[in-house]
Design a protein around this ligand. Structure first.
Ligand code: SF4
Length: 272
């Protein structure tokens, strides 16, 4: 256990935060560069002080049933998130003013995600464009307007779903994210999915499908069926920006969204 020269209240708050992360299943924490002057203050503490000991309710060998606290789970168990808003904020805090991949160099705003933290339906796109980069919100440009229309057609409001991207910073010229960029940023998306636990995920385009499924496959072979990702059903469809370029594919996209509606038990439009 590393001990910083912190007052007891700060240490207590820090430990509470770490335990909270653990209970949420956020076990892979990124580190930020540490001020060398601060590092110099680090000492190795021989024994955990009583005030920093985890409460007995956090003992990893206690089962959720035994503790009656659904947040307390064994490794590998699915975590019940009590407060998804707070859990998402933890992830956002951890991202900070991220410089983990080259995309930070040209961005104006990190686009974390937007919508209902307890949404049943979550859309995943590729990355922010110019409008999103300026506003810090996903899908607010022309493609966003089309996505809003698609959501309305499903009988939902935008505020009822959650929207995020594979990368949170704008790739220059709206190019496809490089492998290293997607690999670096996607873990944050995976954590958002694990917190929100939507019933249905919709991948908007090949890039989102590639990172969600963990393999690159032609979009045509992925559409029209239900995949399983992180315990959630995944539907793959076209990116709204592609639909703006080729509106003839909107009918196909609507067919994909109806698969999602069926899974969500939403009322399908009557035929004819
Ligand atoms: S794209 Fe993601 S990993 Fe890269 S700098 Fe932005 S937030 Fe960090």
């Amino acid at each position: 256990m590393l001990a910083l020269d912190l007052d007891s209240a700060t240490r207590e708050a820090l430990m509470t935060r770490i335990l909270f992360c653990r209970e949420l299943g956020l076990t892979e924490l990124y580190s930020r560069p540490v001020d060398p002057a601060l590092l110099a203050k680090l000492t190795v503490e021989p024994e955990q002080s009583p005030s920093l000991r985890a409460p007995s309710t956090c003992h990893p060998e206690r089962s959720a049933a035994e503790s009656k606290d659904p947040r307390l789970v064994l490794p590998g168990e699915r975590v019940e998130i009590q407060d998804p808003t707070a859990a998402l904020q933890l992830i956002r805090d951890e991202i900070g003013e991220c410089t983990r991949c080259p995309l930070h160099q040209g961005r104006h705003k990190i686009v974390f995600g937007d919508g209902d933290p307890a949404a049943r339906l979550m859309f995943v796109g590729e990355g922010p464009g110019a409008d999103e980069d300026a506003q810090g919100l996903p899908f607010v440009g022309k493609a966003g307007q089309l996505l809003n229309n698609m959501i309305s057609a499903m009988g939902l409001k935008r505020e009822e779903v959650y929207i995020a991207n594979v990368v949170k910073c704008r790739p220059p010229g709206n190019r496809v994210p490089e492998q290293i960029e997607g690999d670096t940023c996607a873990p944050f998306l995976f954590r958002q999915i694990d917190v929100i636990r939507p019933q249905v995920l919709v991948a908007l385009g090949a890039t989102a499908a590639t990172w969600l499924l963990g393999s690159r496959q032609p979009l045509a072979g992925l559409r029209g069926r239900v995949h399983s990702v992180r315990g959630t059903q995944l539907i793959v469809t076209y990116h709204p920006a592609y639909l703006l370029r080729d509106p003839r594919q909107k009918k196909e996209a609507w067919a994909d969204l109806q698969i999602a509606m069926k899974e969500l038990k939403l009322k399908l439009p009557s035929k004819g």
